[in-house]
Write a protein that binds this ligand. Structure first.
Ligand SMILES: NC(=O)c1ccc[n+]([C@@H]2O[C@H](COP(=O)([O-])OP(=O)(O)OC[C@H]3O[C@@H](n4cnc5c(N)ncnc54)[C@H](O)[C@@H]3O)[C@@H](O)[C@H]2O)c1
Length: 331
């Protein structure tokens, strides 16, 4: 099987290695010539790892489109729409889109599957799958055990992607019929990871982190249900699984960005230091918009939004959350 990978960053290149491990062929496209050059010299662009033969890259979008009928989207969510706008006029046949980026468009509140449906001509869109779950690229590049979920409206297609990516060495992929729940869980957990990191930066302890994770799942469930997914999905790999790995690890850029906020860095300083994707900040913006549109309470995410936009000091954010009306936890 041939797979075209759009975005040769930390995750896209790592998945390229997995596909080669599984006996497939890959071609990675990235607009950054330095990343492409490193990959073609057998180096991962971000990790100190030698890539296997067969992980090859190009800066030519036409070349990667001609390469296969399966496009794996691994660019940051903010680049997804623009890259699809470039792909659409060049695509002259049906193709499957597999998305691994995690986010929701702040203005439109669209999920990536909806953006793909809007930007790719229906006659050329064979299907859409999201491949998501608890996964640090830093670990998968070392072939450490990982479980993911392949979800699509088309169960056969979800199963096909499950088979392509699974192996008996380190990667097991489940399927799910709840595309919305999987897409939303994977996106919103990044917002909660920022909050968890901020608590750590503020010097709060593990009690606080557990509280953020548990109450974070409540906010994720609310969003999953509002957007039309199943709340049970939030209790699986794509929700709580991904939240645990992201909200408790210094390997997570979202956790680390939050930690810096807690340590007193400004948003501008954090972006200046971290050139790679920080999806959580953008997801906080999207979720704040969603809570206004649907008149729903997302207390932690909205406090984070006010902190990010300079309306609230981070310490006052904690006080605001603690001084909310006391209530029962009954579900
Ligand atoms: N890093 C991980 O462990 C991990 C795991 C699972 C999911 N993800 C998700 O995958 C997505 C990508 O994450 P990443 O860590 O690989 O980010 P990254 O910043 O390391 O890589 C993104 C790559 O996309 C490229 N890119 C950006 N805009 C482009 C465009 N218009 N055309 C072509 N290439 C473009 C960049 O040059 C960069 O190489 C994010 O949504 C992230 O949440 C990451």
């Amino acid at each position: 099987m041939k797979i075209s990978i759009i975005g040769g960053g930390a995750w896209g290149t790592t998945l390229g290695q997995t596909l080669i491990d599984n006996g497939h062929q890959v071609l990675i496209y990235d607009l950054n010539p330095n990343a492409v050059q490193k990959i073609n010299q057998h180096f991962h662009p971000f990790f100190d790892t030698i890539l296997p033969d067969g992980v090859v890259a190009t800066t030519s979008l036409q070349e990667v489109i001609d390469f296969s009928n399966y496009f794996l989207l691994s660019v940051p969510t903010k680049a997804v729409r623009s890259v699809l706008k470039e792909i659409n006029p060049l695509l002259k046949r049906k193709a499957v889109f597999i998305n691994v980026s995690k986010g929701i468009e702040p203005d439109s509140l669209k999920r990536v599957s909806e953006i793909v449906e809007e930007e790719i001509e229906a006659a050329h869109l064979k299907g859409f799958v999201v491949l998501t779950g608890p996964s640090h690229a830093e670990e998968m590049i070392l072939r450490k055990l990982t479980l993911l979920v392949s979800s699509s409206k088309d169960l056969e297609l979800a199963q096909e992607i499950q088979t392509i990516f699974s192996n008996d060495q380190y990667l097991r992929v489940y399927t799910s019929g709840d595309l919305i729940g999987c897409e939303v869980g994977g996106a919103v957990k990044n917002a909660i990871a920022v909050i968890s990191g901020a608590c750590t930066g503020l010097g709060l302890g593990e009690n606080a982190r557990a509280a953020v994770i548990a109450r974070g799942i409540v906010e994720i469930v609310k969003v999953v249900e509002i957007m039309g997914g199943k709340k049970e999905t939030a209790f699986g790999l794509t929700g709580i699984g991904d939240l645990i790995v992201t909200a408790s690890s210094e390997n997570s850029r979202n956790f680390m960005a939050g930690k810096k906020l807690g340590l007193g860095f400004s948003v501008e300083q954090i972006y200046a230091e971290q050139k790679q994707t920080i999806e959580g900040f953008r997801t906080i913006e999207a979720m704040h918009h969603l809570s206004e549109v649907y008149h729903t309470e997302l207390p932690m995410i909205n406090a984070a939004y006010d902190i990010l936009t300079g309306k609230l000091d981070i310490k006052d954010g904690v006080t605001r959350l603690l001084s909310r009306d006391l209530k029962s936890e009954d579900f």
